[in-house]
Design a protein around this ligand. Structure first.
Ligand code: ZN
Ligand code: ZN
Ligand code: FE
Length: 745
């Protein structure tokens, strides 16, 4: 009988794929063999051609929950087989090929049920896992994915675990991290002890899946304030872990898409709208109308909620700006001043991964921080790229490797500002380049000469290309959406080094992967104080007032005068007239409006003013649109924001409702984007608009701009798997560098 070969690529190893194939073959009465290769799974079947196609269709339909089939090819094997029944064979490695490493997966329902069943041998066991769930990326030292190559290597399986592991009919067949209380990792404390400490409002350092977390009772004002004082020294919101989805619904508005994301296997932190009145102290998320909520995702986390506890603050175990701590000794050394006690265990974390953060918009998850549960799952770009490396920006750094038609985006590395982050970046790069056998031929870096990522790139021997920050943002959006032809790009964010040496951030580009033209930008304002301008909203407010009011500046600047003393203002006002640098930043425009309205005069973390302004806007449905104009005499065109600022300043002085101002401001930005897009279409004939940059995490802005653009017939693309913020910049750098290699320019 003829023999057919089915070659399957994707996430098909370490997910129970071979036993699944065997069950399917047995059911259909087919003889043959299945084996892993370096880059996927091969099935040889002895059957008619129709039967092979039927088999492939059933395989795609019924695949195991964690499997993802990226490619499935059926080819004739050229000879007649002589198989007896269907067998699972050992791996047949292929030189130079790679498999996809699975991200870490939230504990499955079956494992959870076993953990809660007093008659099960894993009753109460905090490290229960199986083929369908558990740690992956964070414990894999190298590939192939065998236990010996994970941090589980030091645990020798007991007879019970071993027999499950060898049994192709068992859920734990080849589940590499499988373990039980007899043979596996153990907690340092009894869970009851830790729960009691949390109930006493103590702060606990917990060794989680991808790093340490700091936990406290989310209802306790004193605990939350103490944690904030000890750890953060700013107002950045804490994430909460809640017992289950019902609890989340009790305290937050949870739409269907948000609930699905909460309960997904990646189990990210999801930004949800708080129900009012909120029982959580203001110290959890000062001034915000949304909070980040996640559900327990390891058996250990579930155990914390088996008593009275309902909601815990669960924030990364680190000092602000440093990578999350993963090692027990390091935790004792660094976290002791922050916490009252520790919950440790003895399974090592090899690769650090923070909790991921996402929000849903139009039914689609939008990543804000992509890490645990997502990394290092490659993003399918649909078309092949040359092998390149994008080293990312400075804040929210990630790097990106392109390989075949995949983008391998690293997990969130963090703010590339210190030695620890530098080491984390290099370790992760070495690991991912090794696992995916990536050997980039070129690298792309930001134009900012002072970014540590740029300096790292410039010290590297590979050929390199400097990529303008906002060009990279739009290229990332194009790549994620499979676009290759020129687009209209709207790239709005806080800061990006411009090709003219100024600081850009309110950009309208015509671009493809090979280049860009800056078609328009927000009007330049003086930028005084460099990075401090992004923290101190009064600087942006005064600069915009100076620009908008000219000689009348002195009479309006009193709106923000109270934010500093007279001596400070004297120096500042002198510098305004002769600024060292100018900026078209959208972020500074948000800062200015937040400061003028009194919503936020001083930001304690990046994006705070914009977040608070968005929160303020939710209390109004004002349909006012402020006047603005486009100066088409300049090249590039400039968006004149002066009338907007004048209107807002007058309304503020007249005591106008600040929620209404915030809403009208968001609405006006939508109209600016529509007007510019139409003008750019008239000029170029392009009808595709890509939105990227941190400003597009603002869903109030999206709710204004998207309907306007669509009503005008534009095809609009946004991010989903790749963050719109600087976490996505590395993808844009990589594809632009790859395109440079391709065209040889
Ligand atoms: Zn499981
Ligand atoms: Zn065991
Ligand atoms: Fe940016």
């Amino acid at each position: 009988m003829a023999c057919w070969r089915i070659v399957v690529r994707g996430t098909v190893q370490g997910v129970g794929f071979r036993p699944f194939v065997k069950r399917l073959a047995d059911r259909q009465g087919l003889a043959g063999v299945v084996y892993n290769t370096g880059d996927g799974v091969v099935i040889e079947l002895q059957c008619a051609e129709d039967a092979a196609h039927d088999f492939a269709a059933a395989m795609k339909r019924e695949k195991p929950p964690l499997a993802a089939i990226a490619e499935c090819r059926i080819e004739s094997n050229g000879h007649n087989g002589s198989f007896q029944g269907f067998v699972i064979e050992a791996s047949r490695p292929v030189q130079g090929a790679f498999t996809l490493v699975s991200p870490d997966i939230a504990v499955c329902a079956q494992c959870l049920a076993e953990m809660r069943d007093p008659s099960d041998r894993r009753f109460g066991y905090a490290f229960t896992n199986c083929t369908n769930c558990g740690p992956r990326y964070t414990i894999i030292r190298q590939t192939p994915y065998d236990r010996a190559n994970t941090t589980m290597a030091s645990f020798v399986m007991c007879a019970g675990c071993e027999s499950e592991y060898r049994d192709s009919g068992n859920r734990r067949f080849h589940a590499e991290p499988t373990a039980c209380a007899v043979c596996g990792p153990a907690l340092s404390e009894r869970i009851e002890t830790v729960v009691a400490a949390l109930a006493r409002d103590e702060i606990v350092a917990i060794k989680g899946l991808g790093g340490f977390q700091l936990a406290c009772n989310a209802f306790s004002e004193s605990a939350c304030i103490r944690l904030r004082e000890r750890k953060r020294k700013n107002r950045k919101p804490f994430a909460l872990m809640m017992r289950d989805a019902q609890t989340a619904e009790k305290y937050c508005e949870v739409r269907q898409d948000e609930r699905e994301l909460l309960e997904s296997r990646a189990a990210p932190i999801v930004l949800l709208e708080l129900r009012r009145p909120s029982p959580f102290p203001d110290a959890v998320a000062p001034g915000l109308d949304r909070i980040g909520v996640m559900l327990p995702y390891t058996p250990m986390h579930h155990q914390l909620f088996e008593g009275r506890l309902e909601c815990l603050v669960m924030t990364s175990g680190n000092f602000t700006e440093e990578p999350i701590v993963i090692d027990n000794a390091e935790a004792r050394a660094k976290l002791t001043p922050l916490v009252d006690c520790f919950l440790l265990h003895n399974r090592d974390i090899f690769m650090r991964a923070d909790d991921s953060v996402a929000r849903c918009y139009e039914g689609v998850p939008r990543m804000i921080r992509r890490a645990r549960g997502y990394a290092p799952k490659p993003i399918d770009l649909g078309v092949e790229f040359q092998e390149a490396l994008g080293v990312g920006a400075e804040l929210k750094n990630t790097f990106c490797l392109t390989k075949s038609h995949y983008a391998i985006l690293s997990q969130h590395i963090g703010d590339f500002e210190n030695l620890e982050t530098h080491v984390f970046f290099e370790e992760t790069l070495r690991n991912l380049a090794g696992v995916y056998r990536a050997s980039p031929k070129i690298l792309g870096h930001d134009l900012h000469p002072d970014y540590l990522s740029t300096r790292w790139a410039l010290n590297h021997a590979l050929p390199k290309v400097g990529v303008q920050h906002h060009h990279a943002h739009i290229a990332a959006c194009m790549a994620e959406n499979g676009l290759r032809k020129a687009v209209i790009g709207i790239a709005w964010d806080g800061t990006g080094y411009g090709a003219d040496g100024q600081i850009w951030g309110g950009e309208f580009l015509i671009c493809d992967f090979t280049g860009f033209r800056r078609a328009a930008h927000l009007r330049y304002i003086p930028l005084v104080g460099g990075d401090r301008a992004s923290r101190e909203g009064r600087r942006a407010a005064a600069a915009h007032l100076f620009d908008a009011f000219g000689n009348d500046y002195a009479s309006v600047v009193k709106l923000v005068r109270h934010a500093a003393n007279d001596a400070w203002w004297r120096v500042f006002d002198q510098m305004l007239a002769r600024p060292p640098v100018r900026t078209s930043s959208a972020g500074r425009l948000f800062d200015a409006v937040a400061a003028l309205t009194g919503v936020c005069v001083e930001s304690t973390f990046e994006g705070e003013a914009a977040m608070l302004l968005e929160a303020a806007a939710s209390n109004s449905d004002s349909d006012e649109v402020y006047p603005f104009s486009i100066d088409a005499e300049t090249s590039p065109w400039t968006v004149d924001t002066r009338a907007i600022i004048r209107n807002i300043a007058h309304q503020c002085m007249a005591g106008h409702n600040r929620a209404a101002i915030a809403q009208a401001f968001h609405r006006t930005l939508g109209h600016i984007m529509r007007t510019l897009s139409v003008k750019m279409r008239e000029e170029t004939g392009l009808n595709t608009v890509c939105l990227s940059g941190g400003t597009f995490q603002n869903v109030t802005l999206l709710s204004h701009v998207l309907p306007l653009l669509r009503a005008d017939g534009f095809e609009v693309y946004q991010h989903s798997l790749v963050p719109a913020n600087d976490g996505g910049v590395s993808l844009g750098q990589a594809v632009i560098a790859a395109a440079r290699l391709q065209t040889g320019s």
